[in-house]
Write a protein that binds this ligand. Sequence first.
Ligand code: FMN
Ligand code: SF4
Ligand code: SF4
Length: 250
Amino acid sequence: MIFYFTATGNSKFIAERIATGTNDSMIDIAECVKADKYSFAIKDSETLGVVLPVYFYGIPIIVAEFLENLNIPLKADTFVYAVLNCGGTTANAEKFINQRMSVNAIFGIKTVDNYVPMYKIISGENINVRLDKAEHDIDEVIRHIKERRNGGVNNFKGVFPRLSTSILYLVYKYGRKTKEFTVNENCIGCGLCEKICPRQIIKLNKGTPVWEEERCEICFACLHRCPESAINYGKNTAKNGRYLNNRVKL
Ligand SMILES: Cc1cc2nc3c(=O)[nH]c(=O)nc-3n(C[C@H](O)[C@H](O)[C@H](O)COP(=O)(O)O)c2cc1C
Ligand code: SF4
Ligand code: SF4
């Protein structure tokens, strides 16, 4: 059983490859939260995985809350693991996993950074290089899971991981302001942003999206997946590009 959270597809891409390699099934955390579903049963010898993006050297609030509410009576031989999917550095994001569940192994996988308020999306050629390398690293994760090896591998903790996480995660926790979102004249009122928001806080008003709460996940699913690139966040996202992992279906 593999739980995953994704905005632009990288975590789904990882979860899907692990599911294929370990003959496992996948469950979308956003759909569970929408359905208020937190109780699951696990079979003997089954593995339990969580695949998620790293946000501000920590984990998305929605994933943190999901793990706190998750109710799965584990078997004596359940192997539990987490995969931290990052654009470059996880720092000490594993802390937030360890606080919420007892895991056998935690892995770090680097894919493509989608944080467009600060970074430009890398070129298509570099995306392919990154994802090829990620596929190779995911295959190593699959070997660990199949052999039920404890510990895990994370080569993306960066320098001073504990300090970095303790500072940056506060920015995320208290700074997730939806007032930075704007919509331009390219919006065609298709309603996709409203439909896919994992927090269900976007509502269309006369065909234009309105963010109904002050804070959100800042997952940027709405921004990256808008078919007209009509959504921006702050001043930089218009020039920094859009990204969706094209090796997976969203
Ligand atoms: C709000 C936000 C914060 C992020 N913070 C980090 C970070 O601290 N370290 C990092 O390496 N990548 C960071 N990223 C990049 C994502 O972790 C990365 O692009 C990930 O692959 C996205 O996964 P997804 O495609 O499954 O949504 C951040 C992205 C977002 C949207
Ligand atoms: S997804 Fe884009 S085009 Fe569709 S309603 Fe939202 S902002 Fe408008
Ligand atoms: S409003 Fe956009 S960024 Fe915020 S949670 Fe919804 S989809 Fe994600």
